[in-house]
Write a protein that binds this ligand. Structure first.
Ligand code: MIC
Ligand code: SF4
Length: 640
């Protein structure tokens, strides 16, 4: 029986376990990446593990999320990350170099390698034929310390691409189409593997746009074959030697299949407030637009921005539109400065901001009240832009640029305007933004610890009886942005959980944190796909700090579920989803003989108010069960 590409790469890296969907496996991790907003926790945890040198082939610490430095907190975080990177053999990418995923694709990603990143969009590397997985910070710290990562072996979905894209339709429309078909939870427990003749028509950066937003499907990762286009891309980056051809076997067997005819696609948009709320731009119609933001790890490549420059050249941004562009990397910005495209963009009336995540994570550029904002980003969760009543639509760079000129959502294919073909270009090597590690002499490199950097909270071993008050009854598709919001006000506190915890669930229920503090020991009732979105483990650490013992939900998103377990918080699934309606705020829940019950297939949760007993499914692997028993991953590793 032929093999999928995903399983070929996993097999090459298998350290332990049975490589069968649903089984727990441990794989070797070749590379890791971190970014600043999850990085402080990662490196605090790495320090806590008393490691000398990282065990990976390559580890990079990027600074891209919070680069504003509105106060000392942020600059202190950067200095802290740099000092720990220096101590343990990690490359440090300074702020201004660009967005971690774009930079990793350009400079370090290699076909056939594994990459673990403390950011949910790490699967961007799948565009190069890598198995690139997003994880919580602690998992990445452990991968650096031990060179391995444990996960449940996923199923593999085949997405067969036929034909080629029409002008004005691009990679973003492919992934928006897949999201419309599969939904934000359609990829949970799965790897999405792209095959078919249509693959040839997509460049590596197109492919990376598609694998990047596989995160929005909830998928473990997404992967493309490595072929002549991969070789050309690596060559353009001066890295032809890193090329290896890779593909699935012709008779590979998949668990699920989807066919996408690229010729049939037209420009699409994800409407407020979910990436899978997709319709054609033509159907949505010419809604008036207030802001257009182009960039993010999804759509900030050289070819994306050159297309934007070509559309804007000689035109004027509509008087009622604010157009803001953040390039993906310093290399891209340099090239566009050299070839004149940057001048075309600025001449049109667009604003250029730093090569960083910027508006995508709410670091500035919040739209005005009630605004319509078109963004080439990957998430349009309510309030993520920093403006609670703004309507954010996710679109391709082509749709964004043409709409910035017309002032209304516009399907470029209906304008009759020709879109020039943009070829990739060769880039000069430049590592002036990279600080290389000093070696492994930790004694001579002290940790730079600013006053805002607080220790991360630790849990305690699971007690005999768990008693908890219900402090939140949440709906479906709760995001980690809902649990632990991130914007320009809160990002400077990513290394200060006590401060952050005051804002936990702020936008969903502003009384949550106060209620938890009063209750002391609490539980959350959740709907389907609880914890989708960002990998931020702050969405587990803040609840841990507030006394959350377990979350009882209809289903969980992958990374958040792991983050809860890593923190010693039990993610439990209703055996009967209809039980969800029985609970209300203030209910007192009890799990008796908890350490014994977690070894069973079913855990009984008693509601003391009504006396009724509910069945919850833990679904723990052996490793996960041990983490719960010991009160989290760090306790287990340190034998405490
Ligand atoms: C995001 O896009 O939500 C983030 C910000 O990049 C997060 C990481 C974080 O919250 O720091 C992610 O995607 O994992
Ligand atoms: Fe940065 Fe946005 Fe990408 Fe997250 S999704 S890594 S915030 S650009």
């Amino acid at each position: 029986m032929g093999k999928t590409l995903a399983y070929k790469i996993l097999e090459n890296h298998l350290v332990a376990g049975d490589l069968t969907p649903g089984e727990e496996i441990t794989i070797k991790i070749d590379q890791t990446l971190t970014q600043d907003s999850t990085g402080t926790m990662v490196y605090l945890q790495l320090e806590a593990m008393d490691v000398d040198k990282v065990q990976t082939e390559l580890s990079v610490a990027y600074i891209d999320h919070n680069t504003l430095q509105t106060g000392f907190e942020n600059a202190d975080d950067h200095a802290f990350i740099k000092s720990v990177a220096q101590r343990h053999g990690v490359l440090f990418s300074k702020p201004g170099n660009g967005i971690c995923h774009q930079l990793h694709l350009e400079n370090y990603g290699k076909p056939g390698k594994t990459l673990l990143g403390s950011d949910s969009h790490t699967p961007t590397g799948g565009g190069l034929g890598m198995i690139a997985i997003g994880a919580g910070g602690l998992d990445v710290a452990v991968a650096m310390a031990k060179g391995t990562y444990s996960l449940t072996a996923p199923k593999v979905v085949k997405v067969e691409l036929k034909g080629s894209l029409n002008p004005w339709t691009s990679a973003k429309d492919v992934i928006l189409y897949v999201l419309r078909q599969l939904s934000v939870k359609g990829g949970v427990g799965k790897i999405v593997e792209y095959t078919g003749e249509g693959v040839k028509s997509l460049s590596v950066t197109d492919r990376a746009t598609i694998t990047n937003m596989g995160a929005e499907l909830g998928a473990t990762t997404s992967v493309f074959p490595s072929d002549e286009n991969t070789k050309a891309y690596l060559k353009s980056q001066g890295r032809e030697a890193d090329y290896t051809p890779l593909a699935a076997d012709a008779d590979a067997v998949y668990d699920q299949e989807l066919i996408v005819d690229l010729n049939e696609l037209t420009p699409l948009a994800a409407q407020p407030h979910s990436p899978d709320n997709v319709d054609t731009v033509a159907n949505i119609g010419e809604i008036k637009v207030d802001q257009v933001a182009i960039g993010s790890c999804t759509n900030s490549s050289y070819t994306d921005l050159m297309k934007v420059a070509a559309i804007l050249k000689g035109k004027k941004v509509h008087p009622d539109v604010s157009l803001v562009i953040s390039p993906g990397s310093s290399k891209i910005l340099t090239k566009m400065a050299e070839n004149g495209a940057l001048a075309d963009i600025i001449a049109s009336g667009a604003r250029i901001i730093e090569n960083a995540c910027g508006p995508c994570i709410g670091m500035g550029q919040s739209p005005k009240s009630g605004a319509v904002s078109l963004r080439t980003f990957n998430r349009n969760f309510k309030g993520r832009s920093g403006t609670l009543d703004a309507d954010v639509y996710l679109v391709s760079p082509e749709t964004a640029a043409i709409s910035a000129i017309t002032g209304v959502l516009t399907d470029g294919s209906k304008t009759g305007q020709e879109l020039p073909q943009i070829a990739d270009t060769d880039f000069a090597f430049n590592d002036n933004f990279i600080v290389y590690p000093k070696g492994t002499n930790t004694e001579n490199t002290p940790v730079a610890m600013g006053p805002n950097i607080k220790p991360f909270p630790r849990n305690t071993a699971l007690p005999e009886t768990v008693t908890a008050t219900v402090t939140l009854h949440a709906g479906d598709n709760i995001t980690t942005d809902d649990i632990m919001p991130s914007d320009s006000r809160l990002l400077p506190y990513r290394s200060n959980i006590p401060h952050l915890s005051n804002y936990c669930f702020e936008k969903v229920d502003s009384e949550f944190s106060g209620r938890c503090k009063e209750a002391g020991s609490c539980a959350i009732i959740g709907g389907d796909n609880y914890g989708q979105g960002s990998s931020r483990e702050h969405a587990a650490l803040a609840p841990l700090y507030l006394g959350v013992k377990f979350v009882l939900a209809k289903s969980f998103a992958r990374i958040h579920r792991s983050n809860l377990i890593n923190s010693g918080i039990m993610p439990l699934v209703f055996e009967n989803p209809a039980d969800y309606d029985d609970f209300k705020l203030g209910d007192k829940l009890v799990i008796e003989n908890a350490p014994e019950q977690v070894t069973k297939d079913i855990i009984e949760v008693k509601n003391e108010e009504t006396g009724k007993v509910y069945k919850a499914v833990p679904n723990f692997s052996d490793l996960e069960r041990n983490m719960i028993l010991r009160g989290g991953k760090i306790n287990l590793i340190k034998g405490e």
